[in-house]
Each structure stands twice: as C-alpha cells, then as structure tokens.
Design a protein around this ligand. Sequence first.
Ligand code: PPY
Length: 351
Amino acid sequence: MHEVLSDWDGENALISYDARTGSHLFIALHSRRLGPAAGGTRLRTYPTPADALRDATLLARAMTYKMAVAGLPMGGGKSVLAVPGELSPEDRRHLLLRHAHNVETLHGSYSTGPDVGTSSEDMDVLHEHTTYAFGRSPARGGSGSSAPDTAVGVFHGISAAVAHVNGSATLAGVHVLVQGCGAVGEPLVGMLVEAGARVTVSDVVPERVEALQIKYGVAVSAPDDIDIDIDVYAPCAFGQVVGAATIPRLRCRVIAGAANNVLVDASDGERLQEAGILYAPDFVINAGGAVHLIGYEGLGWSTEQVDAGLRGIGTTLAQIFRDADSQGVSTERAAELLAEARLAAGPTSAE
Ligand code: PPY
C-alpha cells in the first residue's frame, strides 16, 4: 500500500478496516484545487487491499480531471469498500454506516455518491450518518440515478466523435458496439437505435442482451469480441479494455463509451493516435453522472441547465479533437492539458 501511495499525487487517503465484515474502507481525496472533492463509492471484491487502494487513487485522480474539464466547481475523490464476498443485508448496512461515519469526519472536504456496486438506496443509508452523500433516491430528496444522464452525455460524445471523423454528426447507419448493457449501456442503446444507428450489444449477463434483442432487434456479440467491423466501440462496462494487446485487434474508427479508466496505461492514447482511431477520453465523455449529481444537488440547476451541461460534453470533446489535431498530440493528452490548464488557473476559471 505504501508503494501505491508513493506513486500517487493526491492530497490524502483515509484507510480503515472493518473486522465484522472483513472489509477495507478507502477514501482517496485527490485534489480540492477547484472545490470540495466528490466522487462515488465503489463496492466490490479485490485480489488484495493494495489493489483496492490503487483503484481508489486512480479513480480519484480521474474525478479531479473530470470535474475540471466539465467546468464543475469541484475537486476529485473516490471511495472503495473492498469486501471479501457477498455480504448479508445487515453486514452491508453496517459497512455503509461505517463508511458514512468516515465521510462525515471529513466535514465536507469530500462528498460521495453511487458508483459500481452501490445504488441510490445505499446513499439513503449513508445519509443516516452523513449529509455528504449525493444521488439519494427521489423519495428521500435526492436526484436519483445519474446513469440515464451519463448515457445522454455519452450519446452527445459519440455524435461529436462521429462528426469529427465523418464530417456529419448523423448516426444513421453508423455501426456501434455497446459493450456492457447495464444502467448506462441500456439507455444508450435506446438512444442509438432511435437515432438510426446500427447497434451490436454484448454483456457478460446473457439476459441483458436477450432483452435488448427482443426490444430493439439489435445484433449480439460475445462479451470479449472486439475484433468485429464497427464504426464506434462504446465500452460501457469494465475499464482497462484498450491496451497494447487489444489495439492491434480493433477494427473501429472511434472509441467512445462510458467506462472509467478505459486505457490500460497513458501511452495507449498515443498508440490509438498512431492506429488512426479517434478516442474520446473517458473522463470527458462519462462526465454526465457528475453533471447530473453536482448540477441538481450541488448547484441547484434546472433540468434545462443539466441538459445544457450534458450537451456541453459533446462541444468540449469536439474542441479536444481539434486541439489534438492542431497540436499533434493524442486526444487523451489534449484532454489532460485542458484539465491541467484549468487546475493551474484555479477556482475562478471553472465556469
Ligand atoms: C463518476 O463520474 O465517476 C462519479 O463518481 C460521479 C460522482 C460525482 C459526484 C459525486 C459522486 C459521484
């Protein structure tokens, strides 16, 4: 764990161990340069506690960049609850309340929300011990699931990427592979079909793709099938799916999806540039969830303002694609440079 922290440029990490459930609890607070830190709580099993801490630290850094590029007045953080396996409802509640207590001790330096493995109902539980939980269920005064708005942001991002390579933003006849049809992938498929795209779906859960096949008549491929002829590859499940081993197998022109940490490592941005594949940086295209949670609950935005923020994801990506072309850098690098310029300028630069 020492190695993980010494490789990280964040402010601090809060680490605790819960003996009752055998779980480690991590809160990684990366940066408060642009405002108080925010980012979801991920609950899952990891091979080792160090792997869980590494995930939290890298995801927290991605949140800092996400907020900066989205123009939200927030910093970046992330929580990981590393559980040994499935917990009983009582143990899960116990763990969530303990996490809520940790969040509360930070007095608003960090606010959390739903992420992989947690839901709005879990945020309702956290709210029993802390006010710093976004994304509670609407019945409890929250803005509910941010997943549909994440999908809207990804849809605008796909349109911007297609416009950049085709000269026209129309998705009619464009072939998109949506890998992962969960809370974000599913509504994304609906929007793509509506826009006339040719959609192929995959998921590790067969029932999910079967349901979409019946509802929309979309084609289905195997979950790890990435070497099919498509225009757009939209990874909406796990991260680390694009790297030295997979890039030579890809036969798409665009990568634009909702997953966090899509690239195996930073140099994969250059690999994609060399391969002539346009990459929509994950922390830019998947900011719709943050726009939803921070917009509605942190900034008191109306639906119109949130929708404008989601459309802004497309506009920002179009600018990043142009910057990358004119500066001769990868799109990943161009997006990092935009984030770093906003961080260097400080809070007033975030509109
Ligand atoms: C993400 O976009 O990955 C998030 O974690 C979203 C988020 C944003 C702000 C508070 C909680 C979660």
